[in-house]
Design a protein around this ligand. Structure first.
Ligand code: SF4
Ligand code: SF4
Ligand code: SF4
Length: 272
């Protein structure tokens, strides 16, 4: 039973968040929302422990589709970065601001970029493309993420400064158009660079939050140097070019790890 400790701990963390928000915000939705996400992630971990090959994809679909279709399109909640700015400017701690606080700003201190590996609805689609591992070296265009980050902030700030009306409706359409753009750019880049995760590496504005916070992540893949035979397989299967054999926090592309566990599954010596 010891191996099921981790899914149990994660479920407990999500249930704590669910109950706390339900009681403090007096809104039953939060109990449902965070319980659903916690159960989905724990289920995925149990499937992984039981060696089901598509465990991560199951979680991606369960959480990603729920957030994209139910929260985004049916409930009209913009969970993209412009939704975060919108709620931040209105001074309301709900919807996208809570989502960002849990999944993308403070959560990564605990579970790194687990969001990127298991829940993001953009990567949920990109991971179906054929280039699971990058075939070439990294491009030096990671600066684009700062441009998209600033553009999203300027876009929402301009709406507020110009006192544009019907902001909720604009936010809904920004979510629809923004997602369509993300998918289009993500798919084109994946084929262009032969790398499913090219969008994540160079364009995604959310990594401006995710990368520095995940640097301090409690959960991270570590290498047992005593077992490692330096075969390099872990680096070859890593979709994010992480040098996982280096245990230091400054390891190459360390803040890119999405905890997909491909390296762990493929290590011939169980060194990870
Ligand atoms: S980097 Fe951005 S697009 Fe990629 S998985 Fe993370 S949040 Fe999603
Ligand atoms: S796959 Fe395992 S044994 Fe090979 S280099 Fe990586 S950690 Fe070491
Ligand atoms: S393969 Fe390993 S190092 Fe690379 S992203 Fe996945 S878990 Fe992280």
């Amino acid at each position: 039973m010891k191996k099921y400790c981790m899914p149990a701990i994660l479920l407990a963390v999500f249930e704590t968040i669910a109950v706390t928000l339900w009681l403090t915000k007096d809104n039953l939705f939060y109990l449902f929302n965070f319980s659903y996400i916690g159960i989905s992630i724990s289920l995925g971990m149990i499937l992984y422990i039981r060696k089901y090959g598509h465990a991560r994809r199951v979680v991606q679909l369960l959480v990603g589709l729920y957030m994209l279709i139910y929260l985004g399109l049916i409930c009209n909640e913009n969970m993209q970065i412009e939704g975060f700015w919108y709620y931040l400017f209105t001074g309301v701690f709900e919807a996208a601001t809570i989502h960002y606080a849990v999944a993308k700003i403070f959560g990564p201190l605990l579970f790194g970029r687990g969001w990127c590996g298991y829940a993001c609805w953009t990567a949920m689609v990109l991971d179906f493309l054929p280039y699971k591992t990058p075939s070439g070296p990294r491009k030096r265009i990671g600066w684009i993420r700062y441009v998209t980050f600033v553009c999203s902030l300027v876009f929402v700030a301009a709406l507020f400064l110009m006192h544009v009306g019907n902001l909720e409706r604009i936010m809904f359409w920004a979510f629809v158009v923004g997602n369509a753009l993300y998918y289009a750019v993500g798919i084109v880049l994946a084929f262009l660079f032969k790398d499913n995760r090219a969008f994540c590496k160079y364009i995604c504005p959310i990594t401006v939050f995710l990368k520095p916070m995940s640097y301090f992540s409690v959960f991270r893949v570590r290498c047992d140097k005593g077992k490692c035979i330096s075969c390099g397989k872990c680096k070859r299967v890593c979709p994010m070019d992480v040098d996982v054999t280096d245990n230091s926090r400054n390891r190459k592309n360390g803040t890119e790890c999405i905890l997909c566990m491909e390296c762990v599954k493929n290590c011939p010596k169980n060194a990870l």
